[in-house]
Design a protein around this ligand. Structure first.
Ligand code: GUN
Length: 297
């Protein structure tokens, strides 16, 4: 079997188009322009790339982008003061604090200082709790993008065996909650799981978010499984160059899986598209307007 390739890039382009259409509609009919504030503390090169990309795409879909680039030695107090200011700012509908933060800043304290209604990352404990109890939440962007693609490729997910590899607050845990909400039978595996190959043999859906390059072997997979690879790992090659790979051994897994996301071009592009979608959703909720169905799940 050769898997269908799940084209996250194309999927994200369609989602961004829907976001842009809704932003134009909000402007024309209500005079409202959604705004996203992104806060970056320090000069981590990867974070700088992500933040630049988020700002660019925010503007491209017609929204306001507010970027705050703070030095690495910014105090926790000053960061919390900025968040409070953004919480009160009516032109800001979404707030994202890029992670990781410098070591001297308490990440949980900062995330939980964001107004949950503006928490477009869905990392605030209120949103995590709402998601876990099946209530209306802001849903973290990467799992949201994964679920949109899974629905598209698998249709009804009810009753399917899903294995999430990874237990992070950003991906693994919310992904498991979303799959439970879809009535999947969910197993959360992680780096200490002892019998992963046996567990994966039963999995109709695999979401790999463990952060280990090429970790998931093709012979662990059930024939026809749908495989979503969240990993983005840079590995050195013999010729001195580097290559981006996922957590799944893609080249062999695509011969076993029914559908699979490539790296790059799979989950990655969907994450920012979902951030834009969440910002529009937050804006609609802030103004008590109907939420655009195509932008969420
Ligand atoms: N760092 C890596 N991924 C993310 C993300 O999804 N949101 C934020 N805020 N920081 C990140």
């Amino acid at each position: 079997m050769t898997a269908r390739i799940i084209d996250g890039k194309a999927f994200a382009a369609i989602l961004r188009e829907s976001v842009a259409e809704h932003v134009a509609h909000l402007k024309q009919t209500k005079g409202i322009t959604p705004g996203l504030a992104v806060v970056l503390v320090g000069d981590d090169p990867a974070s700088q790339v992500y933040v630049r990309s988020k700002g660019k795409q925010t503007v491209e879909v017609g929204m306001h982008s507010y970027e705050y680039k703070l030095p690495a030695d910014t105090s926790e107090y000053d960061l919390l003061a900025l968040i409070e200011q953004l919480n009160y700012d009516l032109s800001v509908h979404g707030i994202l604090v890029q992670l990781p933060l410098p070591k001297h800043i308490d990440e949980a304290l900062v995330i939980n200082a964001i107004d949950p209604a503006k928490d477009v990352d869905g990392f605030h404990i209120s949103n995590a709790g709402l998601l876990a109890t099946g209530q209306k939440a802001m849903v973290p962007c990467t799992p949201l993008g994964c679920l949109m693609m899974l629905r598209e490729y698998c249709g009804n997910l009810s009753g399917l065996n899903a294995v999430v590899i990874g237990r992070s607050n950003i991906v693994g845990k919310p992904m498991a909650q979303l799959l439970l909400r879809e009535s999947c039978t969910v197993t959360v595996a992680h780096s200490r799981t002892k019998n992963l190959p046996e567990i994966l043999r039963e999995a109709d859906i695999v979401v790999a978010a463990v952060g280990r390059p090429l970790f998931v072997q093709s012979y662990w997979l059930k024939e026809g499984a749908t495989v979503i690879d969240v990993g983005i790992n840079r590995i050195d090659q013999a010729d001195g160059t580097t290559r981006l790979v996922g957590d799944v051994d893609y080249d062999t897994a695509k011969e076993v899986a029914g559908a699979i996301t490539p790296v790059p071009g799979g989950v990655g592009p969907m994450t920012i598209a979902c951030l834009l979608a969440n910002t529009v959703t937050a804006c609609c909720r802030a103004h008590s307007l109907p939420e655009p169905k195509r932008l969420t799940i």
